[in-house]
Write a protein that binds this ligand. Structure first.
Ligand SMILES: Cc1cc2nc3c(=O)[nH]c(=O)nc-3n(C[C@H](O)[C@H](O)[C@H](O)COP(=O)(O)OP(=O)(O)OC[C@H]3O[C@@H](n4cnc5c(N)ncnc54)[C@H](O)[C@@H]3O)c2cc1C
Length: 148
């Protein structure tokens, strides 16, 4: 921990180490490179990580794995799932959840970050904060105001 703290906030290397030892992929389906095992493997991983005297370790792994990767694997399009999940569960990319806003914490109905479609792109407009892994993330799942 002392070395990790001196080197900054080593999200990337922590996920890579866990991925290398096969600790991230167990509950994900075999078609994405997982083992298709029970979610209890993730619970045990979190229990063990909680023993490290630094709360941020469990939090960064839970956000990347149990919130964002699980959400994407379940609800993402085939293109997104096949391009992100195999790398995410090897710890090769960092994923983050952009939900909270200055005026919307627990109250998701107050979110006002939104998107407009511009040709084949989506342009986001708004402000998010308190985002775990944000400075290190390769990809984000955004919760946005419903447009239409
Ligand atoms: C360590 C950490 C990591 C985080 N990581 C992320 C992240 O990765 N991505 C992200 O998007 N956000 C993240 N957050 C932000 C987190 O999601 C918000 O802090 C959380 O949603 C609560 O919002 P808030 O702080 O604005 O509190 P509020 O929503 O303003 O709530 C304040 C208080 O009011 C109570 N309350 C709220 N609504 C009601 C109600 N209707 N009735 C009764 N009581 C109510 C709450 O229980 C709480 O006690 C993180 C926060 C922490 C502390």
């Amino acid at each position: 921990m002392d070395q990790w703290e001196q080197s900054g906030y080593p999200v990337r290397s922590i996920l890579r180490i866990l991925g290398k030892h096969g600790l991230l992929h167990k509950s994900f389906s075999i078609e994405f490179g997982g083992e298709g095992l029970s979610l209890w493997h993730n619970v045990i991983l979190q229990e063990e990580l909680s023993k490290i005297p630094a709360g941020s370790i469990g939090m960064l792994v839970a956000t990347h794995l149990d919130i964002v990767s699980s959400m994407l694997a379940r609800y993402g399009s085939t293109k997104i799932v096949t391009s992100w999940i195999p790398k995410a569960i090897k710890g090769e990319v960092v994923l983050s959840l952009a939900l909270s806003e200055r005026n919307a914490g627990s109250d998701l109905t107050s979110i006002d970050t939104h998107y407009i479609k511009d040709g084949d792109k989506y342009v986001l407009s708004g402000e998010k904060w308190f985002i775990t892994n944000a400075l290190h993330a390769d990809g984000f799942v955004f919760l946005l105001e419903k447009t239409q």
